[in-house]
Design a binder for this molecule. Sequence first.
Ligand SMILES: NC(=O)c1ccc[n+]([C@@H]2O[C@H](COP(=O)([O-])OP(=O)(O)OC[C@H]3O[C@@H](n4cnc5c(N)ncnc54)[C@H](OP(=O)(O)O)[C@@H]3O)[C@@H](O)[C@H]2O)c1
Length: 252
Amino acid sequence: MSNVGYDKAGKPGCAVIFGASGGIGAALCESLAADGTGTIFAGSRNGDAVAGDTTIPFRFDLRDEDSIAAAATLVKEHQPDLAPDLVVVATGVLTLSNGTGPERSYRALDGASMAEVLHLNTIGPAMIAKHFLPLLPRDRRAIFAALSARVGSISDNGLGGWHSYRASKAALNMLIKNFGIELGRTHKQAVVAALHPGTVDSDLSKPFQSNLPDGQLTKPVAAARNLLRTLNGLTPSDSGGLFAFDGSRIEP
Ligand SMILES: NC(=O)c1ccc[n+]([C@@H]2O[C@H](COP(=O)([O-])OP(=O)(O)OC[C@H]3O[C@@H](n4cnc5c(N)ncnc54)[C@H](OP(=O)(O)O)[C@@H]3O)[C@@H](O)[C@H]2O)c1
């Protein structure tokens, strides 16, 4: 397959995945490779290679803007005449690396932990947008998507809790809305979207899987397929929205 543009079946020629070491990010890389995507830039903190002849690994850290700028330079230098058709930010945290989990009450709020969650779930993806939105082609279909979560919807919130995570995703959803508006002025065929992948069997969800109803846990490969299908169904008029794995729109 060519690595220029989306083909008629909705497959991107060139994709960039941030979070290729994660459950969903790795599955996205695998699915795109299996579909014959021309070039896949696969970014992770350790920069390890992801299987596949057409995959180019790179290293980045969400807390290090220079590493994100370097990733943009790598993509530009590797393909001077080719722009990425699809950029997906598949990173995110629910439990911090020091073991701090999502708060069940306002009593558990801790400023430093909150700042860390917001930095990783909101500011990091925003920095990726800053360096990668300018790379998207202006003359054909292009997609920038970030993994968000249904719990970031304010209107859908009936349960409360998980304060920092919910707030970080609500803020991410707002940024995606803003980026959709801004990019729409210059990139008429572009789509900017936030995605809810469902409850997916990954390191992120592991501590919270015990009380799930049967059948609610999706394998990463199925989640990746669902997300790619959802993206294929989006048009520029959908830009700025939050969409679930089944293609339905989630109200903010
Ligand atoms: N799983 C679910 O049920 C579920 C539900 C709703 C929404 N989501 C969202 O889906 C996204 C992906 O989740 P997942 O389930 O695939 O989680 P995961 O398996 O834990 O993957 C998280 C990814 O984020 C990366 N990451 C964390 N901190 C980073 C940093 N400082 N710099 C660069 N990368 C960093 C991790 O890299 P390392 O490998 O280096 O740590 C990993 O690649 C998240 O945004 C999550 O909120 C997931």
